[in-house]
Design a protein around this ligand. Structure first.
Ligand code: PLP
Length: 365
């Protein structure tokens, strides 16, 4: 008989190209008249930036990244689509890269504006002027917006067709006052300007149709995460692009009153089978996941118990377990929404996705 260890898999993610295509089609259905900036920053939200870029279907009109290094990585991998630096450039060298690698760039601070206006570029670049409408993170102050817009229009360094953009603080709360106020402020600022507009992250794609305008900028929903924190049912049905799995590598019977794992934080209330799964915080599974965090094995949900270790977690298989060493365990993805896991770890799905470690094996499907 083959050893049950023959089929063991350590932490592995499956990346599902058809799910990505499905989710992008959902974006298109939500915002049929807008072009799409597919947001691939932070290594494609942990899915692999080059991998996701190569999987993008035609509706992806542009790719959005945060840093110049991400854009350069894509260009060097042969990606030809337009790429937008959503945070803009930070150094003279970054600005030179914008020209060399044919990037679009946001202008989000007075320093960036000044650097661009005083530069001597060999060709005009495509600029997205970001205005602060209430998030108070990046973006030119509303009071300086008109002047900045005019300066950019008059600059030889700037191509025609400036896009004006802003970013919401709370678009994930449907009909919330914060996003409503930002929307009104934005509409007031751009009134009478013949220029393309962009406001919507995933949550605004779903919940704020007035914000769709010329370009939407979905990130997390591309990967199959529901972007809403209230009224989640507003979101179209999305499919998880990433499924994280690992094998059961051990199973033991413990008695009522015995503890499991570092710090003895969990005590069995009854005699039960404890399973050990080959995934831990060294793979990106969150160390703060509490006892009770859902884990999927053989079509049922069982609780994580005890502390998450670097390379392993322990789960309570129950007294009647017929699970076997070698069985596949799903930590999130198909069959187990990552949002549910994130909640049990006091974090958000974005962070779990971004934290997938480089040692995790990747399978494309
Ligand atoms: C990250 C980012 C997005 C995408 O946000 P999601 O919530 O993931 O959809 C859109 N716009 C900007 C400027 C961003 O930085």
């Amino acid at each position: 008989m083959e050893s049950p260890l023959a089929n063991i898999v350590t932490a592995t993610v499956t990346i599902d190209a058809s799910a990505l295509a499905h989710n992008i089609a959902q974006v298109k259905q939500c915002a049929p008249h807008s072009k799409i900036v597919t947001v691939l920053k932070a290594n494609g939200y942990g899915h692999g930036i080059e991998r996701i870029a190569k999987m993008l279907p035609e509706q992806a009109d542009m790719i959005g990244v945060a840093r110049a290094c991400e854009a350069i990585q894509l260009r060097e991998a042969g990606i030809k689509q337009p790429i937008l630096l959503m945070e803009g450039f930070f150094t003279e060298q970054d600005l030179a890269h914008v020209v060399t690698y044919d990037l679009h760039t946001a202008i989000s601070t007075p320093e960036q504006l000044e650097m661009l206006l005083s530069a001597n570029l060999s060709q005009a670049i495509n600029v997205w002027l970001k205005v602060d409408t209430g998030m108070h993170r990046l973006g030119i102050d509303a009071t300086n917006f008109d002047a900045a817009f005019t300066q950019l229009q008059q600059s030889n360094n700037v191509a025609d067709d400036i896009v004006v953009m802003t970013h919401f603080a709370s678009a994930d709360i449907a009909s919330g006052a914060s996003a409503q106020a930002q929307l009104q402020q934005f509409e007031h600022l751009v009134e009478g300007k013949q220029t393309a507009l962009s406001l919507a992250n995933s949550a605004a794609v779903v919940a704020w149709p007035q914000a769709h305008q010329d370009w939407v900028r979905p990130g997390v929903m591309l990967y199959g995460v529901n972007p809403m924190t209230t009224e989640k049912s507003l979101s179209p049905t999305l499919r998880p692009v990433m499924t994280l799995q690992a094998s059961l590598i051990s199973k033991r019977l413990i008695s009522a009153g015995e503890t499991v794992g570092y710090g003895d934080t969990w005590t069995a209330k009854q005699d039960t089978y404890i399973g050990v799964v080959a995934v831990g915080y060294g793979d990106g599974y969150p160390r703060h996941a509490e006892s009770g965090t859902p884990v999927l094995i053989n079509d049922r949900i069982v609780p994580l118990v005890g502390r998450v270790s670097m390379d392993m977690i322990t789960i309570d298989l129950g007294p009647d377990s017929s699970d076997n060493v070698g069985d596949i365990v799903t930590l999130w993805g198909n069959g187990l929404p990552i949002e549910d896991v994130a909640e049990c770890a006091s974090t958000i799905a974005y962070e779990l996705l971004c934290n997938i470690a480089s040692r995790v094996k990747v399978i494309e499907r």
